[in-house]
Design a protein around this ligand. Structure first.
Ligand code: GDP
Ligand code: MG
Length: 438
């Protein structure tokens, strides 16, 4: 597995700190093999690895995880992002009927998926749905959809022999309008391969029916082949999304990444079986886990990152509990605070400081300016802020490129913070705070 391979690469690396270019390149060779084993198309795998390498070099390794585990987490996050961070929805808010056109090769699962989607839309979303088969190439195709329609309680367009796909599409649209259907699903014909005739037919049907969604149905088990199919369709038809079928098979999910990369369109659903309700919203994070086969490592790193945050917060709390809180402390803690979501977030976590205006309004840029002001102070000024008189304030403002007003604000904030800390100490200290993190 990728886990074994990566631990091999990183056995010699016990260091901490940032990931070096060499660390990352070694790991990425293994990641590339894992992607190819998961059936990701070669050019897609190559592009992906290049992107992630750039992102990973220089990344900090979180305490208590290995560099290898850190790389896996970075790869995983990039995969999820590339697969589409969230579940993609259908866009059906148009003047009804909203036309959904299903395209794809023969045997990809178009007809089955059309019925699955129709059932989902009529049952879950309470839509009035009409299905029509435009497949005149295969004798039993239209009857197949009619059977599925009876099975799912979804209406199908009555079969009229001898019509062309475009004629059927026009008749379906007219019926849907007259009978006030919300949604019209068009199941188109497929071929064994992408060819000019098929594309001409898809374009003519699209022109006649003006679909809001044109969904490419692809068999996830066909792996590298699926990429060529997707390229063929994406170049000719205006796709709005992809449905991957047979995700219940031994597909390792690689087709999903390839489809997304090649079409640039979101994967909207996954077919997970022959049964009529075996259709699921596509979940990028689950599929990323499947591609890498590293779900455990990812959650391990997420937990470790949480722990580091908690440890930092506790350290800060202990320090402040000692009652000493000068501007040096404030300065030292700023970077930690930034990691914890800024001073405002920290202020809201501390009971005594909740709602304290000064701290809650500090944003990222302001933290940088605070740091500049404190750098312009002398060590003595930082330890004893009360000696900072008007003359010193002018000097500090000049030295830091800020204003006297801002220096005043900083001093006021520090005063409020140390007062809040004294109050807190009286209330029983930070024990309460620490327990909030557990
Ligand atoms: P079409 O030629 O594209 O219309 O494909 P069909 O809808 O007729 O499906 C071909 C075969 O694939 C049928 O036996 C379906 O039951 C099967 N099929 C479709 N989707 C899935 C799926 O998600 N999982 C599994 N296991 N089989 C599927
Ligand atoms: Mg079919």
């Amino acid at each position: 597995s990728l886990s074994d391979r990566l631990s091999g690469v990183f056995d010699k690396l016990r260091g901490r700190g940032a990931l070096s270019e060499d660390d990352v390149r070694g790991a990425m060779r293994e990641v590339r093999v894992a992607l190819l084993e998961a059936d990701v198309a070669l050019p897609v795998a190559r592009d992906f690895v290049d992107q992630v390498t750039e992102r990973a070099v220089g990344a900090e390794v979180i305490r208590s995880v290995t560099p290898g585990q850190m790389v896996v987490k970075i790869v995983n996050d990039a995969l999820v992002e590339m697969l589409g961070a969230e579940t993609a929805e259908l866009h059906l808010d148009v003047n009804p009927p909203a036309v959904i056109m299903m395209v794809g090769l023969q045997g990809s699962g178009k007809t089955t998926t059309t019925a699955k989607l129709a059932k989902r839309l009529s049952e879950r979303e309470r839509k009035k749905v009409l299905m029509a088969s435009l497949d005149v190439a295969r004798p039993a195709a239209q009857e197949q959809l009619a059977v599925l329609g009876r099975q799912t309680n979804v209406d199908t367009l009555p079969i009229v022999p001898g019509q062309t796909p475009v004629q059927i599409a026009q008749r379906a649209l007219q019926s849907a309008k007259l009978q006030a259907y919300d949604i019209l699903l068009l199941d188109t014909a497929g071929r064994l391969h992408v060819d000019d005739q098929l594309m001409a037919e898809m374009k003519a049907v699209a022109a006649a029916s003006n679909p809001v969604e044109t969904l490419l149905v692809v068999d996830s088990l066909t792996g590298q082949d699926a990429v060529n199919v997707a390229k063929g369709f994406a170049g000719e038809v205006d796709l709005s999304g992809v449905i991957l079928t047979r995700m219940d098979g031994d597909a390792r999910g690689g087709a999903a990444l390839s489809m997304r990369a090649v079409t640039g369109k979101p994967i909207k659903f996954a077919g997970t079986g022959e049964a009529i309700d075996a259709l699921e919203a596509f979940h990028p994070s689950r599929v990323a886990g499947r591609i890498l086969g590293m779900g455990d490592v990812v959650s391990l790193v997420e937990r470790a990152a949480e722990t580091v945050k908690i440890e930092d917060a506790e350290k800060l709390a202990r320090k402040m509990e000692k009652g000493k809180f000068d501007l040096d402390d404030l300065r030292l803690q700023i970077s930690q605070m930034q990691r914890m979501g800024g001073l405002g977030a920290l202020a809201n976590m501390l009971p005594g400081m909740k709602g304290m205006k000064g701290a809650a309004n500090v944003d990222e840029k302001a933290l940088t300016r605070l740091e500049a002001m404190m750098s312009s102070m002398t060590a003595k000024e930082r330890q004893r802020p009360d000696i900072i008189n008007a003359k010193r304030k002018i000097r500090i403002a000049k030295g830091s490129g800020t204003t006297v007003q801002e220096v005043n604000k900083l001093l006021k904030m520090h005063l409020e913070m140390s007062n809040a800390m004294k109050r807190l100490k009286k209330l029983g200290g930070f024990g309460k705070l620490a327990s909030m993190f557990n």
